[in-house]
Design a protein around this ligand. Structure first.
Ligand SMILES: NC(=O)c1ccc[n+]([C@@H]2O[C@H](COP(=O)([O-])OP(=O)(O)OC[C@H]3O[C@@H](n4cnc5c(N)ncnc54)[C@H](OP(=O)(O)O)[C@@H]3O)[C@@H](O)[C@H]2O)c1
Length: 396
């Protein structure tokens, strides 16, 4: 089995890597995972992969099983340095030989940037990486023998549709909440056309916002704090400026007058990273007859419920939900609507949609893959992990 994954250091890609390593834990003699990624300023790609296996992967892969080390998990991984923005993805001649020397059963293209900001520079970056970068990945794919190409778009490519949202609708002339959503749809459409023209089997996934793990250890684990976490991160950052002793940043109560434009009766749909990874892998491995899927949760949580959980956990009072942006904004509100509020508000007002997942029902039943419901208890576990890690902020 030879699998390629782009963006290996990312949230979903690393969980997919862990899922495949777990799947082959007892017999991995025939497993090769080509891990496309980047070196960081401080660490080469190989070291980044070793670190994520040690700090996160070992819990997922071998929790409850003795005798496994992260070094042992590394031996099936071939790191390949690549950059979406470079001609030929910046892949070395030697790595190209490695890629071409055997067919790849499944090629998962997950690397992308998720930047929702409206700036022109952001749009340019989204074009360069999500659209042109995907084109470069397809140019590479055309030189390789690939059994199945798997693309990950976004559930929010549905634009302005209402009601039941299908996972294969493509309406390029629709209005989007931001250019990120549009860039993902344009890229998905391009991949569909490419696979059709080149007779390559194609599968597409559209995830909703991805949250921490709720099936595999460590429960709550997540490597970045965007989507709903970013909302809490904003409040925590403001609170840190106000508390006397940062050690008490959660226990000290703070009143923060902030009017948040939000529909408290609307719902958040968030999918745990491990459940998404299990579906991603199993649908390809067991060769499900479908092609397009939502990676979404059947159990949504009301805005009013989860936002209040976050406020309680952060020890913040004084936040009100309102139905229009206040005209007489205070300092915190000005900052909120310039930053996280600007990005997150359209999602806090989104109602009357349901992501269609019925095409997964029989498959999930047959393979015993159940989605942890997004209820108060599970949401609390996610926030528990995020708090341990201060929502990605430095507390000193
Ligand atoms: N997370 C969500 O809630 C969500 C929701 C819907 C859809 N999706 C889609 O699902 C996929 C995975 O998302 P994710 O949130 O797991 O991703 P992520 O955590 O943001 O990771 C993105 C990955 O892409 C890599 N990358 C960024 N710029 C690159 C470049 N110029 N060259 C090469 N690699 C580059 C990053 O590498 P570095 O680590 O080196 O930066 C990282 O490995 C994406 O296609 C995303 O659009 C995600």
């Amino acid at each position: 089995m030879r699998v390629a994954i782009t963006g290996i250091t990312g949230l979903l890609a690393r969980n997919l890597l862990f899922e495949i390593l777990k799947f082959y834990l007892n017999d991995n003699s025939d497993l090769e995972i080509i891990a496309f990624g980047r070196s960081s300023e401080s660490f080469p790609l190989k070291k980044r992969i070793a670190t994520l296996l040690k700090n996160d992967g070992i819990d997922y892969v071998s929790s409850g099983v003795d005798g496994f080390s992260s070094e042992m998990l590394s031996k099936n991984i071939i790191p390949i340095e690549f950059d979406l923005s470079k001609p030929n993805l910046g892949i070395s001649g030697q790595d190209l030989v490695t890629l071409k020397n055997k067919p790849i059963d499944f090629f998962f293209h997950l690397a992308a940037i998720s930047d929702f900001r409206p700036a022109v520079a952001t749009k340019e970056k989204l074009v360069k990486l999500n659209i042109e970068g995907t084109n470069r990945v397809l140019e590479l794919a055309s030189q390789l023998k690939i059994g199945e190409f798997v693309f990950t778009g976004t559930a929010y490519s549905y634009g302005t549709e209402k009601g039941v949202i299908r996972p294969d609708t493509i309406n390029l002339s629709d209005k989007f909440r931001n250019f990120y959503e549009e860039s993902k749809l344009l890229a998905e459409n391009r991949v569909r056309q490419f696979c059709k023209a080149n007779h390559i089997k194609f599968r597409s996934h559209r995830p909703v916002g991805i949250c921490g793990r709720l099936i595999e250890e460590k429960i709550g684990s997540i490597c970045k704090y965007d989507t709903f976490y970013a909302w809490a991160q904003f409040l925590l950052r403001q609170k840190m400026k106000a508390v006397k002793d940062k050690k008490n940043v959660y226990s000290e109560q703070l009143s923060m007058p902030l009017r948040v434009l939000c529909d408290p009766e609307a719902f958040l749909n968030s999918v745990p990273a491990d459940y998404a990874a299990k579906l991603l892998w199993a649908l390809s491995y067991y060769n499900d007859s479908g092609q397009s899927y939502h990676l979404a949760n059947e159990h949504e949580i009301k805005n009013d419920t989860y936002l209040r959980i976050m406020l309680k956990e952060l020890g913040i009072s004084g936040v009100e939900f309102v139905n229009k942006i206040p005209e007489d904004m205070n300092k915190t509100e000005k900052l909120y609507y310039k930053s996280v509020g600007r990005i997150y508000t359209p999602y806090l007002l989104e109602n009357n949609i349901r992501f269609y997942t019925d095409n997964l029902k029989d498959f999930r039943k047959k393979h015993g893959i159940a989605c942890p419901p997004m209820n108060e208890a599970n949401f609390g576990k996610l926030i528990g992990f995020a708090k341990e890690n201060h929502f990605g902020l430095e507390i000193s």
